[in-house]
Write a protein that binds this ligand. Structure first.
Ligand code: C2O
Ligand code: CU
Length: 500
């Protein structure tokens, strides 16, 4: 319920200070847009695919002239993309060669709790930096030369869910934000036959776009504030960390040369704390329609056309943009209306070739969207997402309490439909594990056009209240809900969701 502690909360900063890079920034739209490699299974048997991912340090040249050390999945940022079919299970064996413990969560996955990446379910470090004696009890404790064997973990994903763009990222307790910032994020696309049959733009005209802001120190390393300790360092961290460089698929303000045809843009905001409002603008200042065909959890019932589209951390939008009317050689810029200076630009498309286009956007996209109604709900819960005092200073609280892995916050029954009323002090993108939900209302009024479809993350703007409705089905076990401003999440804004 709403806590009185929230009423006593200190006045929180609305937006964080943006970190300034200490290296020269390249002009926009010079670097070609990279497309993350699709990971190949190491084995396929019994209708399931097996993958192996090694988490390791590497260096990359992201900005010209400097080298940036990264934490990566398989040596790249973003990590490799996994492509799956609906209902075809996948096991990913993660091996941790990083200097710290990690946790992997498949965001948007309907995953049994054992593979959902609970923040204390660690994959212990086993790489060259690991200290065998410290790793864990049971192995290597008595003989310092003993091999630490527990440095891998199998995550099993049934993927019995609607086709969608999911993403995987680190989720370690109190340390998620810096780990994602250093590079621990990758995409996972689920497809099915019904979606393939729609005739949407495909192949080279379907582009996964992971947007993330970063800042760079003079030596090329990623700048990140020290973990909050004193009052001086706490403030920029408290609001969430913003960078002054916009990366798409790991490249700064990239450009993609392509055909004058419809494109399917699968946009993910993987930024720790930055919100964007995207629009597609031609050289002569014309705004192209953003035709939304899908939300976080897959296709909408019918397309929704936007002139601009807000996207909060962890949200995904599946968009079709038609470049056919753009003059040959022209540039279409993807612009962030909320940015200023360099953070206004995101990326650009250079329209290089006339081309045949037999893609289409059907009027009916999907017929299997759940349609929960108010009377279906067996209970209503209230949660306030607000700043507050924690034992060691200011933090972010849900219902007046910081995250405690030992405390069940929500206990619900498998199959129950519930309405959750969420209120926020500042901007909080609220994410539920396990389930997709629908937005019922915003500020006591009908949802906005971009609230359409099945979502797993909903953006609460300052002072806003949002009602969501969902059915807790799939699996029993201990899950989470939290703010997906990654710094807020690390500073307490997370709670347990137990399905029994
Ligand atoms: Cu994208 Cu709990 O996470
Ligand atoms: Cu938040």
């Amino acid at each position: 319920g709403l806590s009185t502690a929230a009423a006593l909360a200190p006045r929180p900063p609305v937006t964080g200070a943006e970190l300034r890079s200490a290296v020269p920034l390249p002009p926009p739209f010079q670097v070609p847009l990279p497309i993350p490699a699709v990971l190949k299974p190491v084995g396929t048997s019994g209708g399931a695919d097996r993958y192996r991912i090694t988490q390791r340090e590497t260096s990359a040249q992201i900005l010209p002239g400097v080298t940036t050390p990264l934490w990566t999945y398989e040596g790249t940022f973003p990590g490799p993309t996994i492509e799956s079919r609906r209902g075809r299970p996948v096991t990913v064996t993660h091996r941790n060669e990083l200097p710290v413990p990690t946790v992997v969560h498949l965001h948007g996955g309907r995953t049994p709790a054992a593979s959902d990446g609970y923040p204390t379910d660690l994959v212990l470090p086993g790489g060259p930096h690991a200290h065998p004696g410290r790793a864990h009890a049971g192995h290597g404790m008595h003989d310092p030369r003993a091999v630490v064997t527990d440095l891998t973990r199998d995550y099993t994903f049934p993927l019995d869910q609607r086709p969608a763009l999911l993403w995987y990222h680190d989720h370690r307790m109190d340390h998620t934000a810096p780990a994602i910032w250093r590079g621990l994020a990758g995409m996972h696309i689920v497809r099915d036959d019904a979606e393939d049959a729609l005739g949407l733009p495909a192949g080279p005209r379907e582009l996964p776009l992971m947007i993330a802001d970063r800042a760079f120190a003079a030596d090329g390393t990623l700048a990140y504030p020290a973990l909050p300790e004193g009052p001086g360092v706490r403030e920029p961290y408290l609001a969430g960390v913003l960078g002054d460089v916009i990366l798409v698929n790991g490249a700064p303000w990239p450009v993609h040369e392509t055909d004058a045809a419809r494109h399917r843009l699968r946009v993910l905001n993987a930024s720790n704390a930055r919100h964007y409002e995207l629009e597609a603008v031609t050289d002569d200042g014309r705004r192209l329609d953003l035709v939304q065909i899908g939300a976080d959890q897959g296709l909408l019932a019918a397309p929704v056309t936007h002139r601009s589209l807000p996207i909060a951390p962890a949200e995904r939008y599946d968009l079709v943009v038609d470049f056919s009317g753009v003059p040959m050689g022209g540039l279409v810029r993807l612009v962030n209306r909320l940015g200023s200076g360099r953070t206004r630009d995101v990326m650009a498309f250079r329209i290089a070739r006339a081309a045949a286009d037999d893609s289409r956007v059907p009027r009916t996209l999907s017929a299997d969207l759940p349609d929960w109604r108010r009377p279906d709900a067996v209970r209503v819960r209230d949660f306030a997402f607000r700043a507050g005092r924690m034992r060691d200073g200011h933090g972010w609280l849900i219902g007046g309490r910081p995250f405690d892995p030992a405390r069940p916050d929500v206990v619900t029954r498998l199959g129950d439909v519930e309405i959750w009323r969420l209120v926020a002090d500042v901007h909080h993108p609220v994410h539920l594990h396990l389930v997709g939900f629908r937005v019922l209302s915003r500020r006591g009024r009908p949802p906005l056009p971009h609230d359409a479809g099945l979502k797993d993350t909903v953006s609460l703007r300052p002072g806003e209240s949002v009602e969501i409705i969902t059915r807790f089905d799939g699996y029993r076990g201990r899950y989470l809900f939290h703010c997906h401003n990654a710094e807020h999440e690390d500073m307490g804004m997370m709670a347990n969701l137990e399905v029994v």
